[in-house]
Design a protein around this ligand. Structure first.
Ligand code: GTP
Ligand code: SPV
Ligand code: MN
Length: 579
């Protein structure tokens, strides 16, 4: 299809839901678009969006012989990652956002950002994007509408969420019963980092994002809705919205255990969720099924277990480091119908990034002839966007309306020193403490310095939409009569030796740790008590003693740092005997 997108004139009523029509009209009056297009999520609409973006250079076609349906977007060089310092949680009471968030009073935030939205869509098309986070027929799923002037965002939302007519129908049905949808307003604006804000209004279930077209800043269903707004709703309603992958681990006995794992951005969620066990494990019957790679919504079920859905329908995954060796499932997933952002290209126009293979790229992520003096060829936060169903390990249970029952929760971060490969929390309360104590070295997923150790409780520092003290108390509240809670673990794939190299092979070999985790859940795998929790007993995991051991003297400074970090949450920190 090579026609430009043909946005329809706004129908007299775009929706049967007056609240939605009124909001669209109000936004249009502020932003003054030339056209309004209500997205239906159809193939024809997607094709027209792609054609329009190929026409105006927003996308370039990649080699269609090797990568059918694959396109490249080069973002503004100053718009390449989430911007945590410009991300705000705007609650009436400052303390409700907590010291873990940047805060602005709602009225001030609206005034500040509405001034930027004023007339910003002149000459552009306003897209109305109805979407559903979670299986379309799941009672655990939640809907939203994103208004955006970016066709790139619309195309990404189509891959990442259930977007279009079905979502709109659900929004109308629920709206008629008084259930609100989350309202997200987005404009790429001028992409000027000095005129950029990502504002959240959890009390109004709304989001306003201006001045970025990138990832979590702009695809409002993802971090803004499914984590920051959803975590707020989850606390009120008794569930959890978490930065977690979900995988099903099938054992040689044919049982499948579901594991949810929270690692900070660019710390291995997509890779673990798509793990292919080494041959010896495969031959025994081990297999990993992918339910989700970034976000999990966990609900206590009638049986006392936690049941999880993946609210997303696609992957927005880190490209660098992805290879046939590290993550063959991801490579197979992105062989077709994928949008690449900020990768390099080879001379024959195939997507390329550091770690993929030994070829030398022709153009870097900014489209310049590749010169190592300019830094890496692909941006370190270069990403692929692709529908989840293309993954060879995609779990058929990913669409289950009630979700999958979680046997284990795993926390982890990038710790080049100190933290052993794996340990188990003694009980739920201790597990919450282990999660609250997490720290990780920063990555390119957010702007700012890379490799700096920071506290990142539950991998939610950038994503929890309310006060961390309340959040820890909410986690603790799940331990109640009748609950059959998951066992909690902590892992670290990233410990380095004196030579600066990783001590653990990682990737597929992480199955050895998953095997022990499942062995602990089922009973049978051996463990030893230590002050930080239960470590694998000698010989229980095939790994060097150097990465399995607990070193008491080294942990004294760590505990002091954890105490200092938690003390920042002050009065609202649960008065619980964590240690
Ligand atoms: P977000 O999408 O930002 O939330 O990231 P993520 O947590 O899904 O991280 P991802 O799996 O994309 O991995 C990020 C980087 O870490 C990639 O470059 C991977 O190759 C690398 N990585 C993932 N797993 C391992 C591992 O087990 N060992 C080592 N050494 N590196 C890993
Ligand atoms: C992350 O940073 O954790 C991501 C990428 O998953 S983004 O969608 O940009 O937040
Ligand atoms: Mn993430």
């Amino acid at each position: 299809m090579n026609a430009r997108p043909r946005p329809q004139a706004m129908p007299a009523a775009g929706s049967r839901l007056a609240a939605l029509n009124d909001w669209v009209a109000e936004v249009a009056a502020l932003t003054r678009p030339d056209r309004i297009h209500w997205c239906d999520g159809s193939d024809a609409e997607y094709a027209a969006l792609l054609a329009g973006m190929l026409d105006d250079g927003t996308l370039v076609a990649l080699n269609q012989d090797t990568h059918p349906g694959c396109y490249l977007h080069r973002s503004h060089p100053e718009d390449v990652a989430r911007v945590e310092h410009l991300t705000f949680v705007c609650t009436r009471e400052r303390d409700d956002a907590g010291p873990n968030n940047h805060w602005m009073a709602p009225a001030d935030a609206h005034a500040q950002v509405d001034a930027l939205f004023d007339g910003c869509m002149r000459g552009r098309t306003l897209y109305v994007v109805p979407y559903c986070m979670g299986p379309i027929d799941s009672p655990l799923a939640r809907c939203g509408v994103e208004i955006t002037d970016s066709p790139y965002v619309v195309a990404n939302m189509r891959l990442m969420t259930r977007m279009g007519a079905d979502a709109l129908a659900r929004i109308e049905r629920e709206g008629a019963q008084g259930t609100p949808f989350v309202r997200g307003l987005h404009s790429t604006g001028e992409l000027d980092p000095a005129r950029r804000y990502i504002m959240h209004f959890p009390e109004e279930l709304s989001i306003k994002s201006y001045g970025s077209g990138y990832g979590g800043n702009a695809l409002l269903g993802k971090k803004c809705h499914a984590l920051r707004i959803a975590s707020w709703q989850a606390r009120q309603e008794g569930w959890l919205a978490e930065h977690m992958l979900i995988l099903g681990l099938e054992t040689p006995h044919g049982d499948t255990h579901y594991i949810a794992a929270a690692f900070p951005s660019a710390c291995g969620k997509t890779n673990l969720a798509m793990l292919i066990p080494p041959q010896a494990y495969r031959e025994q019957g081990w297999k990993v099924w992918t339910v989700g790679d970034d976000i999990a919504w966990l609900h206590p079920g009638a049986d006392g277990r936690l049941w999880a859905i993946n609210p997303e329908a696609g992957y927005f995954g880190v490209a660098p480091g992805t290879s046939a060796k590290t993550n063959p499932n991801a490579l197979a997933t992105i062989a077709r119908d994928t949008i690449f952002t900020n990768v390099a290209v080879t001379a024959d126009n195939q997507p390329w990034w550091e770690g993929l293979d030994e070829r030398v790229p022709a153009l870097d992520w900014q489209g310049r002839p590749y010169d190592p003096a300019n830094g890496p060829a692909a941006h370190p936060n270069a990403r692929f966007t692709v529908n989840a169903r293309q993954c060879p390990s995609w779990s058929p249970h990913a669409e289950d309306a009630q979700g999958v029952p979680i046997s284990a929760i795993v926390f982890g971060g990038r710790r080049s020193t100190l933290v052993p490969l794996v340990y188990e929390a003694r009980d739920w309360a201790h597990g919450v403490f282990v999660g609250a104590s997490m720290a990780s070295e920063t990555t390119a997923a957010a702007t700012g310095q890379v490799g700096v150790l920071r506290r990142d409780p539950m991998a939610m520092k950038p994503f929890c939409g309310y006060h961390f003290g309340d959040y820890f108390a909410h986690w603790l509240s799940f331990d109640r009569p009748g609950a059959r809670l998951p066992t909690v673990f902590h892992v670290n794939w990233f410990r380095k030796g004196a030579d600066g190299r990783f001590l653990w092979p990682g990737f597929g070999e992480n199955i050895r740790v998953l095997e022990w985790i499942v062995g602990r859940v089922e009973g049978g795998a051996q463990a030893e008590d230590t002050p930080i929790g239960r470590l694998p007993a000698a010989g229980a995991i095939d790994a060097s003693d150097a990465i399995l051991r607990y070193e008491h003297a080294d942990w004294i400074g760590e505990q002091a740092d954890v105490d200092r970090a938690l003390a920042e949450y002050g009065e609202r920190l649960p008065a619980h005997a964590w240690r």
